[in-house]
Design a protein. Structure first.
Length: 214
């Protein structure tokens, strides 16, 4: 069974001594999958959608660790890059000096409501796309999205009601952040091996509950 994982640093396994101990790999070891982990530190959700669409023909199932809703992918002749308004700037300014101008503009003029709705739209579109292609999936949030006031606003209910929460672990109130609270962290704030074990267990428990089998 070929399984694709996409996500940000928390799915990538950033700060682990051995990235094969990241939660997607722990699930893969448990089920005997052939896993390709395409998660990337600082990745936004647009990048994940792109990876899924570009590579889905090679895989039977997908694990998706959604990143913060405000991370946004851009591209230029220097390659693809993501910007996170208000986030740590170093990773988003690499490649060429003009990116600093874009980061500063985006920090000042971004629209949280628009970006949150884009995150919800990405979920809806990916779910429909995977179902259309008869691919199984599991989704979960890495951090932050469920804590934002946008999730509770009436004006977002039109999109939220379209989300199939059956295979969305932790929806609507929990994420990797809560499951790994108190676990040892690296210097950059990523949970380490104990945290990845906890995330893998939460996903496994949900899979058993909904009888999801790759």
């Amino acid at each position: 069974m070929n399984v694709l994982a996409v996500g940000d640093s928390f799915t990538y396994g950033d700060e682990l001594n051995d990235r094969t101990l990241a939660w997607p790999h722990l699930l893969s070891d448990r089920f005997g999958w052939k896993l390709t982990n395409m998660a990337k530190p600082a990745s936004g959700n647009g990048r994940m959608v792109r990876y899924i669409v570009e590579n889905i023909s090679k895989f039977d199932s997908v694990l998706i660790g959604w990143s913060h809703f405000a991370r946004t992918e851009f591209a230029s002749d220097h390659g693809f890059f993501d910007i996170w308004p208000g986030g740590s700037p170093r990773a988003f300014r690499q490649g060429t000096p003009w990116r600093s101008d874009l980061v500063e503009y985006y920090d000042r003029h971004h629209d949280d409501h628009y970006m949150y709705r884009q995150y919800l739209i990405n979920i809806i579109l990916v779910q429909g796309y995977l179902k259309q292609h008869d691919k199984k999936y599991i989704m979960l949030d890495a951090f932050g999205n469920h804590q934002h006031q946008e999730r509770k606003l009436q004006k977002n209910k039109d999109l939220i009601k379209q989300i199939d929460t059956t295979y969305f672990v932790g929806w609507p109130d929990l994420s990797m952040q809560e499951w790994t609270w108190g676990c040892e962290q690296g210097v950059n704030g990523h949970f380490l091996q104990t945290g990845h074990i906890k995330v893998a267990e939460k996903v496994y428990e949900h899979m058993e509950k909904v009888q999801w089998h790759a």
